[in-house]
Design a protein around this ligand. Structure first.
Ligand SMILES: *[C@@H]1O[C@H](CO)[C@@H](O)[C@H](O)[C@H]1NC(C)=O
Length: 243
């Protein structure tokens, strides 16, 4: 989501980062500006936040996050004892860095490919899922299979993927920067009569990757933005009791 919403989040003290035992092997984040860690920084778009005052209370300063401190995805990571999840468009996000997980969230991006396009380039949800399934997972698989760690079920790629957390929070921009907005609706196309049905169908299809990766999803709907937020979390068994 961009332009219409200011997020005020209190910066987490950096000591929090390592104070907790890690609860999941990794976290993979899908979403819009509410979770974007700076994936749009090098895109031609108005939907980026790599300038002050964003980041003024963040231990790493200006990163492209649309807020003064940490995003909700960062906070969730801290609570689970995971260090900051790297941005998929950061060139350093490769090799062993992937083992913490990857954040694909992109400001102005939506469930529909057109959403937010008038601001410029973004990574729509369909593309975020594609990057996860076709680029990151294969890279992780070969990384783990070629590592020196002793082969066992507990440190297999399948176990790693099945126990990792998937966090997806997206849909604000489909409302604000597509459905409601002539500015956000890229080609000023008329809104089709079953717009929200198509959003739900697209999102269901995008989340089908769980079927091939043994994710066991829980779907939550909760409100942390002005639009309909579709939140999908894959929670490993042990963590469920804490919510
Ligand atoms: C959205 O973009 C993806 C490519 O990232 C493509 O596979 C898909 O068909 C597109 N969906 C629509 C409805 O155009």
């Amino acid at each position: 989501m961009v332009v219409f919403h200011v997020i005020i989040l209190v910066g987490m003290p950096s000591s929090t980062l390592s104070s907790m035992q890690q609860q999941v092997p990794a976290m993979f984040v899908f979403g819009d500006s509410l979770s974007d860690p700076g994936n749009n920084n090098n895109y031609k778009t108005l939907a980026k936040a790599n300038t002050v005052p964003n980041g003024i209370d963040f231990p790493y300063g200006v990163t492209g996050r649309f807020c003064n401190g940490a995003t909700i995805a960062d906070h969730l990571g801290y609570l689970l004892g995971i260090e900051l999840i790297p941005a998929c468009n950061d060139p350093r996000t490769t090799g062993s860095t992937l083992l913490r997980g990857v954040n694909f969230a992109s400001s102005s991006g939506g469930i529909l490919n057109d959403t937010g396009a008038k601001f410029g380039q973004n990574i729509p949800m369909s593309k975020q899922v594609e990057l996860f399934g076709e680029k990151i997972l294969p890279e992780l698989k070969s990384l783990m299979e070629n590592s020196n760690v002793e082969e066992s079920a507990a440190n297999s790629f399948e176990h790693f993927v099945a126990k990792s957390l998937i966090f997806s929070s997206i849909g604000n921009d489909d409302l604000i920067n597509n459905y409601l907005s002539r500015f956000g609706n890229p080609l000023n196309k008329p809104i089709p009569p079953h717009f929200w049905d198509s959003v739900i169908i697209a999102y269901s299809n995008q989340l089908k990757f769980r079927r091939t990766t043994e994710f066991d999803p829980i779907v939550y709907s909760f409100d942390h933005g002005p639009g309909p937020v579709f939140l999908y979390i894959n929670l490993p068994q042990g963590v469920r009791g804490h919510l």
